[in-house]
Design a protein around this ligand. Structure first.
Ligand code: SAM
Length: 505
């Protein structure tokens, strides 16, 4: 008994708890079990029947043949998978003649199949996934580009073709087990989300932050879609259950057209709200070709990021000063060759070098990347930018469960490491209000965190006031009265409020 319990705890701890059928039993079946007789259950990519077998099994044995005959229609392109499915159905008492009739070998990505049915269709499926960008790379996958012609051209993945076909068919209800990039992706999912969310509500959602349905390591989610009575572009709130190695969490997501229906858009709302009045301008990367084009007498120690070796380069004074005066680098990945979370760090402190150089022709977003500010910042100013960035990044990660970061996948192996996009890193740096800050004073503050929170709170009030003011102008055709604006009373380098005390910083 004791051993059993230990094994169970261990299994849970290692994240081995959910197999596809367990996920189905836990997340999906309880929501369907009272309406099994109301629909025709279809799976157009049914494989060996992982999703349909539990539905048939949920029906009492003496009714299974009737149920299977009237309420199940399944398709797959793979004959072998269908024969495994057929075996499983036989084992639970379904007659051969019905199996032959209702399990059909067909290419259903090409188009939605036509077949007879009496009850409304309910599509429950785990469709094939493959990113369109990979397709031209191999002989085997090149052929799949055929599914992306005409109106489907902007689609980016096979699962999106499946969704698109259902949308065109006008299905009322679908349950899709698909990669989480459907929710969180940017360019690779914007188009399909814009098509789907005008017509469908996402009424329920399970997000798995680990492997469940495939051995490819793709994180998946279970999306319950219901067709809207009238197409609409109003915001949607979906209450999701997130399942990870650490257990389950509930999280509400706001999906809005303004942010291309992307889950985790709170990040972009924050960035929009807190963008600094004078955002910092900077460039990423020091390239070998620039080092070679600027040879000279001045020595700099560089980390060659392509092989993690230190090199000493001799460059001209201008480049020497540029490298030496820009002390920060961006780490976009949580873990890797060096410990720590994504964030800004100092080249000298982490690698003992003046700069970080890319020696190959391609830059990698996941390597450490040196940051070059357009105007010269002092060391203390850069330390402030670093502390600000790391605090804001970790605050957003905590509040929004790192949803705005992508799960990073390496070409040969799969990791569930989080990756911060370069655009997102830039957006966070652009919130840094360096021009409003007296760094000399700030650097003596014991803990910057309350200071930043205080700053954000004041900025929030200011932004609200400005919005109210704009509303006032928008709605009133009369001469506007001056609004009683509250002042931002944080420390300002050039415009410091006279009555300010040190308290609270
Ligand atoms: C992710 S698997 C789903 C597996 C399934 N849930 C099971 O229980 O085995 C995707 C399925 O889509 C099928 N498939 C791939 N391309 C297809 C196409 N063009 N038409 C129909 N089925 C296809 C594959 O054969 C595979 O069985």
């Amino acid at each position: 008994m004791k051993i059993d319990l230990r094994a169970k705890i261990l299994k849970k701890k290692r994240g081995l708890f959910y197999t596809p059928s367990e996920v189905f039993r836990k997340c999906v079946l309880p929501k369907l079990k009272d309406s099994l007789w109301d629909y025709t259950w279809i799976d157009l990519y049914c494989g060996k029947g992982d999703l349909i077998i539990p539905i048939v099994k949920a029906i009492e044995e003496n009714n299974r043949n009737k149920f299977f005959s009237e309420h199940i229609r399944c398709f797959d392109i793979d004959e072998h998978a269908l024969s495994l499915f057929a075996d499983r159905l036989r084992q639970i008492g379904v007659k051969d003649e019905l199996i032959k009739k209702n399990l059909i070998q067909l290419d259903t990505l090409k188009e939605f199949p036509s077949f007879e049915y009496s009850y409304p269709l309910y599509h429950i499926t785990n469709p094939p996934y493959l990113y369109k960008g990979y397709m031209p790379k191999t002989e085997k996958t090149r052929d799949l580009l055929q599914y992306f012609k005409g109106k489907r051209e902007p689609l980016q993945d096979l699962y999106q073709v499946a969704l698109f076909n259902d949308l065109m068919k006008g299905l009322d209800k679908m349950i899709y087990i698909i990669p989480t990039n459907f929710l969180f992706g940017d360019a690779n999912a914007n188009h399909i989300r814009q098509l789907i969310f005008k017509y469908y509500n996402l009424v329920d959602l399970f997000i798995f932050e680990k492997k469940v349905f495939s051995d490819t390591g793709t994180n998946t989610c279970v999306c319950f879609f219901e067709k809207k009575a009238i197409p609409s572009e109003a915001d949607q709130i979906v209450y999701a259950t997130k399942i990870s190695k650490d257990g389950e969490k509930k999280r509400a997501y706001k999906l809005s057209k303004k942010f291309k229906w992307r889950a985790g858009s709170e990040f972009y709302e924050f960035i929009e709200q807190f963008k600094a009045d004078n955002p910092l301008h900077f460039e990423y990367y020091l390239l070998k070709k620039d080092v070679e084009a600027n040879k000279g007498e001045y020595e700099v120690t560089l980390l060659d990021v392509n092989n993690y070796s230190k090199v000493v380069a001799k460059v001209n004074k201008e480049l020497h000063d540029r490298i030496k005066s820009n002390v920060l680098f961006l780490k976009t990945l949580d873990t890797g060759r060096f410990e720590g979370r994504a964030g800004l760090y100092e080249c000298k402190k982490v690698f003992g070098v003046d700069g970080i150089m890319v020696s190959k022709d391609y830059t990698y977003r996941t390597h450490p990347i040196q940051i070059f500010f357009k105007s010269r910042l002092s060391y203390d100013e850069q330390v402030f930018v670093k502390d600000w960035f790391n605090y804001i990044l970790n605050k957003l990660r905590k509040e929004y469960d790192s949803d705005f970061m992508t799960t990073y996948r390496e070409s040969t192996r799969y990791y569930t490491r989080k990756y911060l996009g370069l655009k997102q890193a830039r957006a966070i740096i652009e919130t840094c209000p360096l021009s409003d800050v007296n760094v000399e004073e700030v650097k003596h503050i014991h803990s910057l965190e309350p200071w930043i929170e205080n700053y954000l709170a004041k900025k929030e009030i200011k932004v609200k006031d400005v919005k109210n003011n704009l509303r006032y102008w928008d709605t009133s055709l009369q001469t506007p009265k001056p609004l009683n604006r509250r002042k931002l009373s944080c420390r300002c380098r050039n415009n410091r409020p006279a009555n300010e005390s040190n308290q609270g910083y």
